[in-house]
Ligand binder design. Structure first.
Ligand SMILES: Nc1ncnc2c1ncn2[C@@H]1O[C@H](COP(=O)(O)OP(=O)(O)OP(=O)(O)O)[C@@H](O)[C@H]1O
Ligand SMILES: [Mg+2]
Length: 260
């Protein structure tokens, strides 16, 4: 029997299919777009096609993410915080603090010794420090989001963006470009701005992070520049899964198995 986790986020719709032994058989990440139901159908189709498993062999589906109630055939729906925590403690056992930076919010989640959520802090009021902020900056710099992830290389000046508000930061980036500031310095400045904002979120759940095991989930984990800046701000290494945006769906799949 097989178990499916679906995470319908604001930007990406992710699915992970596992077996009884908790092994991942396939995973898929597609844009959520404006039509949740269509995205859910597409991500399911992809995940079954990639694994060669038929949907009739599925025992249970658990959904998560902001669109979690749109999955009609679910066993249950579970919050993103619980699912990301479950997914990361399977991937990096002993994680103490999980940083999840997705499209529209960022969270620091404190885990206990059993990988359960002990506390969390969240920024969901504005785009500052989230994937959407990075997407707006990529647009201002006329680069792809994938390209943006490596553009800070060689930056030396330690430039700081004065505003984290997406609208103000975008116009600041436009003036920096007009002043001839190199792109790597600008990108480094925005990565450091995200890192410092995330550091305050982490401090809200754990004052002393010295020596703590810190992991990251969410699509922004694919942005090496942000991960590097965050690692410098936290003064420690960060464990990033190979597919950070699928951690919520992985957690949902594991919960589907455990609750069936
Ligand atoms: N290949 C990539 N390189 C760099 N950054 C990426 C890449 N893929 C995704 N991202 C970043 O990840 C963000 C989306 O993250 P994610 O898929 O976790 O969002 P989400 O789960 O839909 O959002 P939320 O949980 O806030 O509803 C994008 O805004 C982008 O900044
Ligand atoms: Mg998400």
């Amino acid at each position: 029997m097989y178990y499916l986790g679906i995470d319908i986020g604001s930007l990406s719709c992710d699915a992970v299919l596992i077996n009884e032994a908790k092994e991942v058989l396939s995973s898929s990440v597609i844009p959520t777009g404006a039509k949740n139901i269509e995205a859910i159908a597409r991500v399911k189709k992809e995940v079954f096609e990639n694994s060669g498993i038929s949907e009739s062999d599925l025992k249970a589906i658990v959904s998560t993410g902001y669109g979690r109630n749109r999955v009609e055939e679910k066993l249950t729906s579970v919050t993103e915080i619980t699912c990301h925590a479950r997914g990361i403690s399977e991937t990096f056992k002993g994680t103490e603090v999980l940083v999840d930076i997705g499209g529209q919010d960022s969270k620091a989640i404190l885990l206990d010794e059993d990988g359960k959520v002990a506390d969390f802090a969240m920024n969901d009021k504005c785009a500052a420090g989230t994937g959407r902020f990075l997407e707006a900056m990529a647009r201002a710099l006329q680069v792809d989001i994938e390209e943006l992830a490596n553009l800070d290389e060689g930056a030396m000046k330690g430039l700081t963006l004065s505003s984290m508000c997406t609208v103000f930061a975008e116009s600041e980036v436009v003036s920096l470009i007009a002043n001839g500031t190199e792109i790597n310095e600008i990108v480094n400045g925005m990565n450091r701005a995200i890192a410092s904002r995330t550091l305050s979120l982490v401090k809200r759940v754990k004052q002393d992070i010295n020596g703590s095991k810190i992991s990251m989930s969410g699509g922004v984990g694919r942005n090496h520049g942000v991960v590097r800046a965050l690692s410098e701000a936290l003064k420690c290494e960060i464990n990033v899964p190979e597919k950070p945006d699928t951690i919520g769906a992985l957690g949902a799949a594991l919960i589907a198995l455990e609750r069936s």
